[in-house]
Design a protein around this ligand. Structure first.
Ligand SMILES: [Zn+2]
Ligand SMILES: [Zn+2]
Length: 553
């Protein structure tokens, strides 16, 4: 790690292991986290990117009930499918683990006990819906009803999908058992509560200097704090989950929201152990200068800007979030991508039908960074064919084939005229612009910066008209092609976080050895170097390849 290198922890919201990943999830948090991490690795920062399958909680217990299998069967199935989907999409985690590991259980119980010992956990009697037919308490997702905040009729006991507010099951109007539809009775049961209310002032002070947060994240957080913080139950009546490390709670489990956020810490610890340096996680978690970034969808904001920071404050000695660049939703045909509603385009299906970099490109271009956005199949074809193939791919193809055919090697740069110098200066400008965009987690802007350089490259190529120039002035033509090759080199570097596989190929077409380095964007290309045989970078998509909807998981 060099002197100026930053230490960055990229935390990605843990996908539930109760369904296959869909493209909405990819655009929402997985891809932005990956693009961000790849950028910081290229510039030489020390990045650790972790996440895993959230295997506990009622979504999986509910799915298991429906299939009449053990919850672990469901979790195992989707952890395997989703791990593969992430590899297929080139999402480069340092560790993608799961909450069912012994390590996670130990770390989660450790945090639980510490908060308990420090007096931040309190026993209280709660009135919980109890289903007489099922003969048990109905924790969050086992009960549905009308949202007390917005009136949405299908709010779940843990959260309303319509207004995003988190809920307690007993707050629902007209509650019903998810399994039988019966109206539950209310019964007393003892639970442990985290004293979240004790952190209201501290959290307000903490967000004071977070001027770099996205407005949606800051507004959501401020509004939550303004409404006042309530203490939250961290245990519930369920057999599936992390056991409570205290006597008298054998039939209860730690509430999933509480242990899942601890996953960022437990995954870092697991990564360190696997890397052979079991204490390495401390460099990220015990150094206040380490920068922690949390990537997630907007429904997850309060857990990452209020609840998890409060838990870390209670624990003490651990680093808090630097930024929480939460995304809005990606819509599909006007409706939110949702696993529970069965809509979406499944990753496993999409990667079989299209180039992974084409999917990454289009998903980045419509990333819901500031408002909801929509996946549109016609637009997907249009953007890939006219931009990725027509602008980026075209500049690569015509530069590389013409140079190889006419010179065989990289021609020297000599006798620069004004537009050559301008084109070279444009590369440096693009590197500055695109760097700033990646740093600010504005990935759509980074992509536009890359494409604008490719566009400028095509304009320069057209103006120089090497097919004519070569007959008039072979040396000037060689210079023009050298400049075009330098633009390609810059494109390979600047686009590497977005379309990593294609960028690596382009880097190789210039005769460069892997890996790509960020400084390479403005580096020299040695005149006289032989150019290897290039190939098509991006495949054109035929309209017939698109059928509305895609297949199921
Ligand atoms: Zn029931
Ligand atoms: Zn609501």
């Amino acid at each position: 790690m060099s002197k100026q290198a930053k230490r960055i922890l990229t935390c990605v919201a843990w996908p539930y292991a109760n369904a296959s990943l869909h493209l909405g999830h990819v655009a929402g948090c997985l891809l932005p986290a990956d693009v961000f991490t790849r950028y910081h690795r290229l510039v030489g920062n020390d990045v650790l990117m972790v996440s895993g399958s959230d295997e506990h909680g009622t979504p999986i217990a509910v799915a298991a009930e429906a299939e009449k299998v053990e919850p672990s069967v469901i979790a195992e199935r989707y952890h395997a499918l989703n791990s593969k989907a992430l590899l297929d999409l080139d999402i480069a985690f340092d560790l993608f683990t799961r909450t069912s590991t012994d390590n996670h259980r130990e770390v989660a119980q450790g945090v639980f006990l510490r908060l308990h010992e420090l007096g931040f956990v309190e026993r209280r009697t709660q009135q919980i819906p109890y289903c007489p037919t099922c003969d048990r308490f109905l924790p969050d997702r086992f009960v549905e009803g009308t949202c007390p905040h917005c009136g949405f009729g299908e709010a779940r006991g843990d959260q309303c999908d319509n207004c995003g507010k988190t809920l307690d099951p007993q707050e629902l109007i007209d509650p019903r058992c998810k399994l039988t539809g019966d109206t539950p009775r209310i019964r007393d049961t003892d639970h442990l509560f985290f004293k979240l209310s004790a952190f209201e002032r501290k959290l307000l002070d903490w967000i004071e200097d977070k001027k770099h947060w996205r407005p949606n994240v800051m507004n959501f957080t401020r509004n939550w704090l303004k409404e006042g913080l309530k203490d939250r139950a961290i245990t519930r009546d369920l057999a599936w989950g992390v056991p409570i490390p205290l006597e008298g709670y054998e039939d209860k489990r730690i509430y999933v929201w509480f242990e899942a956020v601890i996953g960022y810490l437990s995954a870092s610890i697991e990564w360190a152990r696997r890397s052979g340096d079991p204490d390495a996680w401390r460099l990220w978690w015990e150094d206040p200068k380490a920068l922690h970034y949390y990537f997630l969808g907007k429904d997850n904001i309060p857990f990452h800007t209020i609840i998890w920071p409060a838990m870390l404050m209670a624990h003490g000695g651990l680093t808090l979030a630097y930024d929480v660049p939460a995304n809005e939703y990606l819509q599909m045909g006007g409706a939110k991508f949702s696993k529970s509603a069965g809509r979406g385009v499944w990753v496993s299906d999409a990667v079989e039908r299209f180039q992974v970099d084409a999917l990454r490109y289009y998903l980045t271009s419509i990333m819901p960074e500031t408002r909801d956005s929509t996946w549109n199949w016609e637009e997907f074809i249009e953007r890939i064919n006219s931009e990725l193939v027509g602008i980026f791919g075209n500049l690569c193809h015509r530069t590389l084939t013409f140079t190889r055919k006419s010179y065989g090697r990289i021609p020297p740069l000599s006798g620069l005229v004004e537009d050559d110098a301008q084109a070279l200066a444009r590369i440096e400008e693009a590197q500055r612009e695109v760097s700033a965009a990646y740093e600010a987690c504005e990935f759509r802007r980074a992509l536009r910066g890359v494409m604008s350089l490719a566009q400028a490259g095509n304009q320069y190529f057209d103006k120089k008209a090497p097919w004519k120039l070569i007959k008039e002035d072979r040396e000037a033509c060689g210079t023009a092609l050298h400049v075009c090759l330098r633009i390609l080199q810059a494109l390979a570097v600047l686009s590497a976080p977005l379309v990593p596989a294609s960028a690596a190929r382009l880097w190789g077409f210039l005769g460069n050895d892997p890996p790509i380095s960020w400084a390479g964007a403005v580096g020299d290309l040695p005149a006289g170097r032989e150019l290897p045989e290039p190939a098509i970078l991006f495949r054109k998509i035929e309209p017939g390849e698109i059928e509305e909807g895609g297949g199921g998981p």
